[in-house]
Structures are given as structure tokens and as C-alpha cells.
Design a protein around this ligand. Sequence first.
Ligand SMILES: [Zn+2]
Length: 254
Amino acid sequence: MPTYTAQALVLHRRSLGEHDRILTLFTKEHGKISAVAKGSQRTTSRLVGATEPFTHVRLLLATARSLDIITQCEIVNAYPALRTDIERLSRAAYICDLLDAFSHPHDASSSEAVFELTCAALFLLTQPSAWLDSIIYAYDIRLLEILGYAPALEYCAHCGEPLQEPPFGFSPAAGGALCARCRHTSLDVFPLPADTLIALQTLRTAPPEALLHYLPPKTVVSSIERALRSFIRFRAERPLHTVEFLDSLRIARN
Ligand SMILES: [Zn+2]
């Protein structure tokens, strides 16, 4: 059987029979793949820890007729700090869900950049931060940008002019922010306050250290959320179940 190596993040797993699991992996080299982790449901298996969602692993895989098989595995980072805190855990799960929803199997065209971005986001989630959601909103924008689905945030999604003079609008169907002249051209448009546009631009470009210290006012937080949620809902081919879980945590907190 031919073999190949890969660095991967575990996106999710499901049972295969009594002892095995099928893992959905995002690999640096080959994009999203599925592979069998034989015996990984046995408590004594070497693969047990390596099948946990968002674990970073280094793999040797054997090519098989249907699903490839994991033959060797080494854990690079299990992100233990994310597993003992429900706020961090739920956001790491969201990152995996979003990546799974927006990536196509065996599309390696931007897999290295996506892999690096995702590892960086998971690492930032382990760090003390002023506003944990800055990491997932920055991830939303940057992942979509790499994959070619970015919302327009610097130039009007309709006419392409720089977004300079408010009032601005936001339309998922039009592709992002709209200038004052174009903000009535789309049926699903809603107002985008100027400070929210600046916040979205900050989330798009801020370096890691700045993201960890970033805390916009509450009104801006809710309109960032509205813009990105609606945009992702419009673009994703399936609903993101982890969003409901994040919402239920928010409700419980308030
Ligand atoms: Zn315009």
C-alpha cells in the first residue's frame, strides 16, 4: 500500500463499527481528508488521544481503495488548555466546524495558509485575552479571505469605491459593506455603523498581540456579530451547529 505523511488538525470523528473511527482531518499538505483510525475506540489504543477534535497530529497514512488508513501518529499539540474551559473549548469547536463547512475534500490549493491560520487561532485561544471572540471573528474574516469568500470591508461590495463617508450598509448577498450611495441596492441590507466597519477592518488585519488586547464597546460587539453571522450563514452550505452552542453559553452568562 502506498503511504504519505501529513500534518493535520482533527476536525471531527465518528464511530466505525465497534472499534474504529473515521476522522475528518484538515491537513497542511492535502486539504481536508477523511481517514480511518483503526482500533481507536479501544481504551488501550495508541490513537485514542490523537482522535480528539482540534488535536494537531503528524501522521503516516496508507492509501486504501475507499478510505485511507492512519498507520502512525504523533501528537504535536493537544491544546490541553482548551479542554478544561468551556468558553475556550466551544470556540475551538466552532473553528473546526467553520473550517469543515468551508473546505472541500482534497482541495490543497490554499491548505498550507489555512492550516497555519487555524493553528495560530487555536494557540491564541489558549492565551489570556480581553475578548475571546476577537479571535474567532478575526478567524472568520481571515479564513474567508484565504478561501476567496471574504466580505468587502475596505471597498464597497457593489461599486468598488473605497468606504470613506458613512452611512454604510452591510449586505451578505451583495458581498459585504456598501457605501452610502449603494446601500439601498440590496434587499438584505442593514445599517453598518462606522465604528463597526473600523472594528471589522481591525479584526481583519491586527497582529496577534493586538487581537488579544482588543475590546470594542458592547454596541460594536453586537453589530460585528450581526454582520459576520449573517455573512457566514449566507455563504455556508450547511448550518453551523456550534454557533447555537456558543449562543446558549452567552445566554447563560448574561
Ligand atoms: Zn458603492
